[in-house]
Design a binder for this molecule. Structure first.
Ligand code: SF4
Length: 415
């Protein structure tokens, strides 16, 4: 399994909370696409033939639905020159509900896009106004209905909870409305006050405050219970899907599979190397004009780092296959995690089923703390090997202060 990710760096308007790379314009779309085609050609030219079979394609951003169908067609034509798509491969496009129409969705569908992910966030006008989203609740509903009418049978809705002053009842209504719309997939994220965003600046000035922690936990717990009761299986800390409708592209990230990424700020992982592109459209285009790949840097992901990433990613999603872990790294997790088992005995946070260690719904609530504890126990078990793995990451952080490379990093996929 291998994926392709294409980052479209344009938005009609920047949302208050968003720290994904995008700029508020579309007038550079054509020039960007020329650079993107160049990047795809250049990167594909150095890929071995066996790395060119693709299971999933994901257009993220930014707002990919600002692309005209002919733009998508041009990208696909370039991809088809270099890559073979598996039969039944998943092709997702992130869409802002305020930017789609019957015509555009019909065209995307006919080009082969078979999964849509709508950045809905809330079904309340004032929440959307606060978040500076460009769409209305009516447009969100209409977007899903148009998608159905044009033949899409695999749709995600993104929602955000724990907004400042959001009541529990409002959040409950949001989840109920999403379920009533019947989408196959729902992603629910707690609002994060990311450094450098206008939202965080407002918090620092005392103009907004983060939601109460207990309320945040109550909303999350309701989401897990309500969605489980309505046929959605939680397969990651923030992601819920009807049976067989998990996002295969997301799964590929969480299973440590390879993905080749294009566009400014995109992160890729291929042949044991993670690379990341420059987070600036002008620098991205300049590099490609000069005939160079727009890569800021890359790092080898090997040895002990592979093991930590595997533990971190699998525990947050579908659980750690302990037999495979022992086979690949020679570590018996049952033994290493004994102190954690003992500390959490009776709390129902962890579950072992078919030799797979997974989080229970209560465990998902404490996901960050539990994954940190698992990694710490693995560090202890690995002793000196861990110490030698640290400097490589430190060095990368120091050399490239404009990106945040961490040894356990995930591409952002939220709209
Ligand atoms: S949240 Fe989505 S639509 Fe809003 S600025 Fe970020 S990428 Fe653009």
């Amino acid at each position: 399994m291998r994926g392709l990710y294409i980052h479209i760096p344009f938005c009609e308007k920047k949302c208050l909370y968003c720290d994904f790379y995008s700029i508020e314009t579309t007038h550079l779309m054509e020039s960007f696409l020329r650079s993107l085609v160049r990047e795809i050609d250049m990167r594909a030219a150095v890929l071995p033939d066996e790395d060119r079979t693709i299971s999933t394609l994901f257009f993220g951003g930014g707002t990919p639905s600002l692309m005209k169908p002919e733009h998508v067609e041009m990208i696909l034509a370039t991809l088809h020159k270099h890559f073979r798509f598996e039969q039944g491969s998943e092709w997702t496009m992130e869409c802002n509900p305020g930017t789609v129409s019957l015509e555009s969705l019909t065209a995307y569908r006919s080009l082969g896009i078979n999964r849509l992910s709508f950045g809905v966030q809330s079904f309340f006008d004032d929440d959307l106004a606060f978040l500076t989203r460009i769409h209305s609740p009516a447009q969100a509903r209409e977007a899903v209905e148009l998608a159905r009418a044009t033949g899409f049978d695999n749709i995600n809705i993104d929602l955000i909870f724990a907004l400042p002053d959001q009541t529990f009842d409002r959040w409950k209504t949001n989840v109920e409305t999403a379920v009533a719309l019947g989408t196959e997939h729902i992603s629910a994220y707690s609002l994060i006050f990311e450094e450098g965003t206008p939202l965080n600046a407002m918090k620092l000035r005392g103009e907004v405050h983060e939601a109460d922690e207990d309320l945040d936990a109550e909303m999350y717990e309701f989401t897990m219970n309500f969605l489980a009761a309505h046929g959605y299986r939680q397969y990651e800390v923030s992601n819920f899907a009807r049976m067989g409708r998990e996002c295969r592209h997301n799964l590929l990230y969480w299973q440590g599979r390879e993905y080749i990424s294009f566009g400014p700020s995109a992160h890729g992982y291929i042949g044991g190397t993670r690379y990341w592109n420059v987070r600036s459209l002008s620098r991205y285009m300049d590099e490609l004009d000069k005939g160079q790949l727009p890569v800021v840097n890359s790092e080898r992901i090997e040895g002990i780092t592979v093991m930590f990433e595997r533990a971190f990613l699998e525990l947050r999603s579908q659980g750690i296959d302990m037999a495979a872990f022992q086979r690949d790294f020679g570590i018996d997790l049952h033994t290493v995690l004994q102190p954690l088992y003992e500390r959490t005995a009776g709390e129902h946070l962890l579950l072992v089923e078919d030799n797979r260690l997974a989080l229970t719904p209560d465990g998902y609530r404490l996901c960050d703390a539990l994954t940190t504890e698992v990694i710490a126990l693995l560090e202890q078990a690995c002793g000196e090997q861990w110490q030698t793995a640290v400097p490589a990451t430190d060095r990368i952080v120091q050399e490239h202060h404009d990106v945040q490379p961490i040894s356990v990093s995930l591409p952002d996929i939220r709209q």
